[in-house]
Design a protein. Structure first.
Length: 186
């Protein structure tokens, strides 16, 4: 059964990856690059300081830095122990994919999907009572995650697991954050 799931995962990736076209390649290469998301990160930092002030907003910014660092290292730990080849390195399918970048690390699970979801859900928890359009930030992990499929560097299960893990980590992290926040700012 597990082999069947892995085979379907590969088939779905090949299908999704081959939907791409030359006219969209540069767009998805930009989407997958964290640098191009800097305006979003800057907006969140400004909103934190504007909404919560320098002291409390500063603690939240520090929390976001810890969040991103933890998420990145957690996904590296999982990748380094799962040994799943990235699609662009998988001899069985790499010739069937459109690939543009060639990372050599392991595939499972997607750090892009995990960290962007973790960041976005945590940000929603912080702002949901202040800004009704904050839920639009969910477009960030959706686009970010899909870019990994488009570029042929992750399998759908890698991205889906990243989304799920990011969601779970954000909930746990926010629960812990509320306890610290309450002690510091009550």
């Amino acid at each position: 059964m597990f082999d069947s799931i892995i085979q379907k995962d590969k088939e779905l990736l090949i299908f999704l990856n081959n939907l791409g076209s030359e006219q969209w390649d540069s767009f998805w290469l930009a989407i997958t690059n964290q640098f191009y998301w800097a305006p979003l990160f800057l907006l969140i930092l400004v909103l934190l300081l504007k909404t919560f002030g320098w002291k409390r907003g500063g603690v939240m910014i520090l929390s976001l830095i810890v969040l991103v660092t933890f998420s990145d290292q957690f996904t590296v730990l999982i990748k380094d122990n799962s040994y799943r080849l990235r699609p662009n390195n998988d001899p069985a399918i790499k010739h069937l994919l459109r690939t543009f970048i060639k990372p050599q690390s392991f595939s499972f699970m997607s750090g892009h999907a995990t960290t962007s979801t973790f960041f976005s859900i945590f940000t929603i928890f912080l702002f949901r009572e202040k800004y009704k359009y904050i839920y639009l930030i969910l477009l960030f992990p959706l686009f970010f995650g899909y870019s990994r499929l488009y570029l042929g560097v992750h399998f759908p299960i890698d991205v889906f697991t990243g989304f799920l893990t990011g969601f779970l980590l954000a909930n746990i992290y926010y629960f812990l954050f509320k306890k610290v926040d309450k002690k510091l700012f009550v």
